[in-house]
Write a protein of this length. Structure first.
Ligand code: 16G
Ligand code: ZN
Length: 511
């Protein structure tokens, strides 16, 4: 009882603003940072309970991700480094919005025994968690994927790597160096750190790379504001480079988002035209590379690419028809893609916005490991197996990770001797447009078929179908945002004018 009173006493220091109702959305709670204090405290409680339930260490990540500086957010990380399960998202919403004694009353007696969680932040304060008896470690400033990695390491007794920031750099940089050790030409990468934690961490990591990758770092947080006119989301949505960075024609560039769980690549050509290489282009490059290696290694493993409705139609067409790779489509949100990717031996998943990674099944990892150690196989198979093994080690399988994705892409381009322009020409994106529409209640829109078709309101899908018919190679869909009070509209077609017109017409149909 005393413990419960203590929780209530502590909770009173973090009062819930009257009338404020928040929901655990696609990637946790997210709103203006000033309104999040009670949520932070309550997420400490939820992490304690989740740890008790799973008998494992849980992660709590505080981050504004790709959103403006005045925002913040918090989310839970499950034992293997993945997003917390859907039923616990419900518990999170309950705990955030109700009187603590009503929600916690039945379970207070055993609250803090045998449980632990770790915390990290990409910018905000962690003070709300530090009074918890169940806190195991405060990692301070880390990227979101670094905290996912730590959770996995904590719960696998170090098998995935050492649960320290040093351990993270050592694991991924060593794999990168191994992967590229026979490659002669080294080129240079221009990186936009979105004035976020990713920039700081790349700087920390540089010594581990032993000059094997030359990075010029921009938006490192020394001047500009977080995600302001820079970062992966800005570059993807605006389809232009971050402001204030001088980019030479043909130079290979990439942008992280504010917590470094998204990355996009781009360059400008000699005419000054901007070219974006988003999550779809990365998924294509990575899956092509992996498929070639699996063939060379003579390993019969099932590889698939998981996308969302936002994937450019050209990428899906290329993967299915030219690469003959299985493609699956899921609802937006990392947890959905991650889940489907787990069904395959090798599951490559990417959202077009640049969040993605590759998952290898246990069986696939074992087969690759065996082949890499086998002394009776020919050189070609062995070489492919060794490359596959190092590729596995350069990937953060817990979640999409801008740093690990960057190392993987850089390694593939170096091994293949490919320029960013050559990568870009693998297929040509269909022109596309995204719009957001403010409506009275976005929840009236319900979707099916991985958000590609609207079920309600009645007549909306039919109207979209009729508009799409007017254009060539056209596709369009609408969905309620999971993070903002808007409806999102996506359209693609054979020309930019058509894509723009279609998106506009569909947005009028949404009203
Ligand atoms: C969140 C998701 C991202 C998704 C986006 C969609 C995670 C870690 N992040 O940022 O995957 O693409 O929401 O936002 O799950 P929307 O519902 O507002 O379009
Ligand atoms: Zn992010």
């Amino acid at each position: 009882m005393a413990q419960f009173q203590e929780v209530l006493k502590q909770s009173a220091l973090h009062p819930k603003p009257a009338g404020l109702v928040l929901q655990y959305g696609t990637s946790g709670f997210r709103t203006n940072a000033k309104q999040l204090d009670h949520i932070m405290f309550r997420m400490g409680l939820l992490a304690t309970l989740r740890s008790k339930k799973t008998k494992a260490t849980i992660g709590v990540m505080v981050t504004a991700s790709h959103n403006p500086e005045e925002d913040n957010g918090v989310k839970l990380i499950d034992p293997m480094g993945e997003m917390v399960t859907q039923d616990w998202e419900e518990h999170a919403t309950q705990l955030a919005n109700y009187m603590l004694c009503n929600v916690l009353g039945p379970c207070f007696a055993w609250l803090f025994c045998f449980c632990s969680f770790i915390v990290g932040t990409s910018s905000g304060s962690l003070s709300a968690f530090l009074s918890f008896p169940s806190i195991l470690l405060d990692y301070g400033l880390v990227t979101t994927p670094q905290l996912h990695y730590m959770v996995c390491c904590q719960n696998t007794q170090g098998k995935y790597g050492e649960a320290t920031v040093e351990g993270y750099y050592t694991k991924f940089c060593q794999a990168f160096i191994q992967l590229t050790k026979n490659v002669r030409s080294r080129s240079h990468l221009c990186l936009d750190g979105a004035n976020g934690i990713g920039a700081l961490k790349v700087r920390e990591m540089e010594s581990h790379l032993k000059k094997e990758l030359q990075i010029s770092l921009n938006n490192d947080g020394s001047k500009g504001r977080l995600n302001h006119q820079c970062g992966a989301d800005y570059v993807k949505v605006q389809q232009k480079p971050p402001t204030g960075i001088k980019i030479n024609p043909g130079e290979r560039c990439c942008s992280f988002d504010g917590d470094a769980d998204r990355i996009v690549y781009y360059y400008t050509d000699s005419e000054g035209t901007f070219h974006l290489l988003d999550g779809d282009k990365m998924a294509t490059l990575i899956s092509t590379f992996l498929k070639e290696l699996l063939t060379q290694a003579g390993l019969d493993l099932k590889i698939a690419v998981v996308q969302t409705a936002y994937a450019n139609g050209s990428s899906t067409h290329y993967l299915e028809n030219t690469m003959k790779v299985l493609v699956r489509c899921t609802k937006t949100g990392v947890k959905h893609l991650h889940h489907v990717a787990q069904e395959f031996d090798v599951g490559v998943y990417f959202e077009a916005n640049g969040h993605g990674t590759v998952l290898f099944s246990k069986a696939a990892e074992e087969k690759i490991q065996q082949l890499a150690e086998d002394t009776n196989v020919n050189d070609k198979r062995k070489k492919a197996a060794l490359l596959l093994r190092n590729t596995i080690n350069v990937i953060n399988q817990t979640v999409g990770d801008a740093i690990s994705d960057m190392l993987l892409i850089e390694a593939i381009l170096a091994i293949k001797g490919m320029t960013i322009q050559q990568w870009d020409t693998i297929y040509t994106d269909l022109p596309n447009r995204q719009l957001k529409v403010k409506v009275a209640d976005r929840r009236v829109i319900d979707t099916t078929d991985a958000e590609r078709r609207a079920v309600t309101p009645a007549g909306l899908q039919e109207a979209i179908d009729n508009l799409v018919k007017k254009y060539r190679q056209a596709r369009s869909f609408v969905r309620p945002s999971g993070t903002e009070d808007v409806v999102r509209v996506y359209a693609e077609a054979d020309t930019q004018e058509s894509a723009d017109a279609l998106a506009h017409e569909v947005s009028l149909a949404v009203y």
